[in-house]
Design a protein around this ligand. Sequence first.
Ligand SMILES: Cc1cc2nc3c(=O)[nH]c(=O)nc-3n(C[C@H](O)[C@H](O)[C@H](O)COP(=O)(O)OP(=O)(O)OC[C@H]3O[C@@H](n4cnc5c(N)ncnc54)[C@H](O)[C@@H]3O)c2cc1C
Length: 464
Amino acid sequence: MAPSPRAGKPLIVAVVGSGPSGFYAASSLLEQTAVPVRVDMFERLATPWGLVRSGVAPDHPKIKTVSGVYEQIAAHANFRFFGNVHIGRDITREELTARYDAVLYAVGTQTDRRLGIPGEDLPGSVSAVDFVGWYNGHPEYADFSFDLSGERAVVIGAGNVALDVARLLCSPAQRLGRTDIADHALTALRDSSITEVMVVGRRGAAQAAFTTPELRELPEFTESGVDVDPAEVGPQPGEEALSRAAKRNLAVLRGYADTPAAPGRRRVALRFQRTPLEIRGDGRVEEVVFARNALTVGEDGWVGAVDTGERETVPANLVLRAVGYRGVAFGGLPFDERRGVIANERGRVTGAEREYVAGWIKRGPTGIIGTNRKCAAETVARLFADLAEGSLRRHDRGVAFDHDVEIVSWLLERQPHLVTEEGWQLIDAAERAAGAASGRPRVKLVLTDELLDIALERQSVTPR
Ligand SMILES: Cc1cc2nc3c(=O)[nH]c(=O)nc-3n(C[C@H](O)[C@H](O)[C@H](O)COP(=O)(O)OP(=O)(O)OC[C@H]3O[C@@H](n4cnc5c(N)ncnc54)[C@H](O)[C@@H]3O)c2cc1C
């Protein structure tokens, strides 16, 4: 017979990953009242918030204020944060499932999609994942360096990450200096010689995945404006049937095409209907060869791009590919190679007994931060449905088992440099204090050792 969800000790859940989907999952788990729940959140970095800290652009501080919501969730009496614990390295998946009634992976997408063209691995051809991690002070990208000594950078991709990267490359250093950008990136961007960032999309202007506010704010953030070729934003195939968002984007792009970029030092050039065919150079990137595309409309209204045979060669010293993040297989869980996600049915890992997924690793790298709330809620609903049906069974722990104590001592054996919520609060306070002294929201500590020094010196690692 299925156990009653209300019976017995609390349901003990491990959430792996402390980005938006991890926190929204924790919130959904803790806010329902039918079953008492305890949540332990594991994060491989010493700091929480996932891409809110290491993805969202530093010049978008308002978006980062969502972290206040995560701090409220973290303050819940039945929540614990364990940072600097890499699941799959410090602890195995099997060890987690042996100790927790359910394990929910919210590990995000750790890599990017490749272009698959010759020259992609030449020095100077880099992934936006690396560049974004670097300017946002992600410890694993702290040692990266990017050659910003050329005049032109090409960004392949027509989504918001491409716009973030282009904006950061074109922002006046004075403006960036008021943000929480990593200090090493601020210095490098201040000294950058880049005067043009060309953002290139494969299909037409109306098919770009930019969101309108991000597109509209570009001139405000750059020194000399945005360059759009009027020929590329004229009447579009299937224009009548375009979504409202696409029509809004098109209107903004046409405005740019009508306004010649003011003379200045740096500009963003938005170009469409081009597919990169090859990145060339003698030992490093020197130029990109593009196919020029024509647009076709299918019977279903889908607008596609076909190669016209025309070629265009664009000199550039830096090529950034921003064609999408991608999940990586995790701990032997079934992986959908095509979509780059852990195979799942509405959040329950396919074929697994007590394992669940939420966020980008569940549905792929799409949507805004808020999309992860609904996504995580769906997974948690699935989990409770499984509990009610009896397909999710709690561990039989016996009365002598004290989860609070056992888990902490076990973790300390595995990772003596464990960062608790208290340790993170110490890091947060130190970063904010350094920021307040220089008129910035925070000055990020970038090296793991620096972060651990602050957390471990004063935090007390004790059971709840
Ligand atoms: C460059 C960029 C800019 C963006 N800007 C915006 C924006 O302005 N506005 C907006 O609404 N959305 C933005 N987004 C989208 C938003 O960041 C995502 O929707 C969201 O972060 C996805 O949440 P997640 O929790 O699934 O993954 P993530 O945020 O990636 O969190 C995953 C977490 O899991 C941890 N982790 C991974 N593997 C392990 C492991 N093995 N053990 C322990 N921990 C692990 C990671 O360190 C990370 O902290 C942006 C995304 C990117 C890439």
